[in-house]
Design a binder for this molecule. Sequence first.
Ligand code: NAD
Ligand code: WQD
Length: 343
Amino acid sequence: MDKKRILVTGGTGYIGSHTTVELINAGYSVVIIDNLSNSNIEVLDGIEAITGVRPDFVEGDCRDIETLRRLFADYPDVVGIINFAASKAVGESVEKPLLYYRNNINTLVNLLDLMPENKVKGIVFSSSCTVYGEPDENPVTEQSPIKPATSPYGNTKQICEEIIRDVIAAGAPFSAIILRYFNPVGAHPSALIGELPNGVPQNLVPYLTQTAIGIRKQLSVFGDDYDTPDGSCIRDFIDVVDLARAHVQAVARMVEGRNLNPVETFNLGTGRGVSVLELINTFEQATGVKVPYVIASRRAGDIVKVWADPTYANTVLGWKATTPLADTMAAAWKWQKALAEKK
Ligand code: NAD
Ligand code: WQD
């Protein structure tokens, strides 16, 4: 039987590349579209080295509907889409809101527009725990209140979720699964693919690994006087390979018609809150490498604590995060060292 084809937008990016590996391992064929605005073509070599298969690749921009039309004409067998393509830097979105609204929203609208005529059965959308803002209670379930967005980036995730619900409510002939990621971290254990942060990393783990290897002098811990056990902020750090596997479950569910509702929403996290200081400690224990850090002032706009209740994904999607945080930190470190060797 022919393999089922999945279109992965943003497939050379961080989460997209790991998901492409898991899709290929699960027996799908993949076509990626990426404009390489935040990734590198060499990622395809990494995917091929891990899986033995080079996914088809279209260099193109999802904001351009004609590019997508041509892609569907060339690949009429696409049965499902996973839409990773988006701009994702929170700070940049405050400076350049229109870039974010145009990129993140037009990409989704174009895909939704073309799905019916191309008989695509379902779309998986990358949302974020950012939609919960500072939660009143932890862990957060999918029913926890959505809080007003604090950045244009966060707003695009809320708007995109609403667009999906509206289009399905209007009777679109396809299904959608919204995945709300908590804090994706780590890399493939082979160190053949991983995160490629652009410039000075804003996120904790790439800053930490760059500090451990000596690119940055020290890590600043943004606040140790919060109302948490050790005073630092708490997050739900989810291993990127675990996260990638959830996408395979999600897309399979729709393609095989096993979804319970035309739109389903799942939290993807471990269910465990880990503080910034605990994470540094876990990294040091796992790698034997000391991370020079200082306590700095609080970062404006930071959420104090948020972690997922992943019960719905565990029971209904049949997915569970299994990688211990120490293994995730070891993989992040192995990837950082591999990156250093490439230079
Ligand atoms: P990433 O930047 O590594 O990957 C996104 C990819 O999309 C990049 O390769 C980029 O070149 C590509 N791209 C962007 N705009 C495009 C366009 N118009 N046309 C074609 N390609 C385009 O980001 P990531 O961390 O892999 O995130 C993937 C998705 O998950 C994004 O939607 C992001 O908002 C969401 N998300 C990420 C996180 C996180 O912390 N990494 C958390 C929650 C949600
Ligand atoms: C985690 C913790 C920092 C860097 C962001 C986006 C969110 C989502 C994931 C996409 C915080 C602390 C960080 C540093 C530090 N993305 N920290 N020193 O803020 O949870 O979420 O990425 O949807 O939308 O806002 O992730 O990795 O930036 O920070 O102390 O140098 O680490 O204060 O408590 P965050 P992060």
